[in-house]
Design a binder for this molecule. Structure first.
Ligand SMILES: C[S@@+](CC[C@H](N)C(=O)[O-])C[C@H]1O[C@@H](n2cnc3c(N)ncnc32)[C@H](O)[C@@H]1O
Length: 333
């Protein structure tokens, strides 16, 4: 998934710094509090003893329940055929009506066919789950597969804050339900869907390595990925305005006035020996401010890497932007 702030391209760098700092990972507990697509924890799944994963957004919870908690392969061919083709009595056409071509609201996030297909698949998943025909593990595997597959045919520039005026080429292609495949490993896993400053206060949230990848700027994930939450939850609500937004929790990490104190509170309350945090030179917090927070609690260091990222300019064409990615490291006293 093309996700704002994804660490897909930086994961090997981050993991190698973690290993150089901490040593052997085999008997270590790794915790990721801003998990997003879960790429860092997924890469460590076969290497650590225990993973704790958390994110504020429900779609992220679904992805991490699948990629981290699932360990047994499923024979999904028949299941996916059923999900795509059975006419479920739970189908309320919510995605077609509110977010698709020729729906009542004319919000062009999906083609008519794909909007209806998402409704069919999502309703079938829920019906099988409610009638105990699939386990929790299969439920999250199916949901994650639907989220990833729907995202591939979404008619957006990349996030769901707006849709394009005309169906782009990939949005015209038929949605194919592809399996969200996961690594198999015997590590212990806990996945949460909470505000990280609340979660960190719980006594059992402790261990060796804490990796933080908070939002860097004011773009709220709940607004930018609202449709993924809507597909994952498939609940009834009144979509608001031109983009069909749902209510969402505003993260303090996206608010200039709140972010310093909120990060300070998190680091102070973290019961972990090592804390690593990704941030870049364009974020709400300056390098100096982060240094100020981290150095209060132990031995602090920072590693810099230059990073190429895409940015839309005023004429909506994309150009390469060179940014500096920081990896902050704290060994807590
Ligand atoms: C930069 S992204 C993480 C990207 C992730 N490392 C990846 O590679 O996909 C930041 C994440 O922080 C989450 N987030 C924002 N505020 C949060 C909070 N208060 N508690 C927990 N998660 C939060 C967002 O939902 C988003 O997924």
């Amino acid at each position: 998934m093309n996700y704002i702030g994804s660490k897909n391209k930086l994961s090997s760098h981050i993991i190698s710094v973690i290993k150089q700092t901490v040593g052997d990972l085999q008997d270590k507990t790794f915790c990721e509090l801003f998990a997003g697509t879960g790429v860092i924890a997924s890469s460590l799944k076969t290497q650590v003893k225990k993973i704790i994963s958390n994110d504020l957004e429900f779609y992220s919870y679904v992805l991490n329940k699948n990629y981290l908690e699932n360990n047994e392969g499923f024979n999904y061919f028949e299941l996916f055929d059923y999900l795509e083709n059975n006419q479920s009595h739970l189908n309320k056409n919510f995605i077609f009506s509110n977010y698709s071509e020729n729906g009542i609201e004319e919000r062009l996030y999906f083609s008519e066919h794909n909007g209806k297909k998402i409704d069919t698949i999502r309703s079938n998943i829920e019906e099988l789950y409610l009638s105990n025909k699939i386990t929790d593990n299969v439920y999250y595997f199916c949901l994650a597969s639907l989220l990833e597959s729907a995202d591939k045919v979404a008619n957006t520039a990349s996030v769901y804050g707006a849709y394009l005026k005309k169906l782009k080429r990939t949005a015209q292609m038929e949605l194919r339900l592809e399996p969200a495949l996961f690594d198999k490993a015997d590590c212990l896993v806990e996945v949460y869907n909470q505000d990280c400053n609340s979660l960190i206060r719980l006594p059992h949230i402790s261990g060796d390595i804490l990796y933080l990848d908070p939002p860097y700027n004011a773009r709220q994930y709940g607004a930018n990925y609202h449709l993924l939450n809507t597909i994952a939850k498939y609940d009834d609500f009144e979509p608001k305005g031109k983009t069909g937004l749902r209510d969402y929790i505003r993260s303090k990490y996206c608010q200039k006035k709140e972010v310093f104190d909120t990060l300070n509170d998190l680091v102070r309350n973290a019961d972990f020996k090592y804390i690593f945090m990704s941030y870049n030179n364009e974020g709400l917090l300056s390098l100096e401010q982060i240094k100020q927070i981290f150095s209060q609690y132990g031995c602090y260091d920072v590693i810099e890497t230059s990073y190429q990222r895409f940015k839309a300019d005023n004429s909506r064409t994309y150009k390469d932007i060179q940014t500096t990615e920081y990896l902050h490291i704290l060994e807590k006293k």
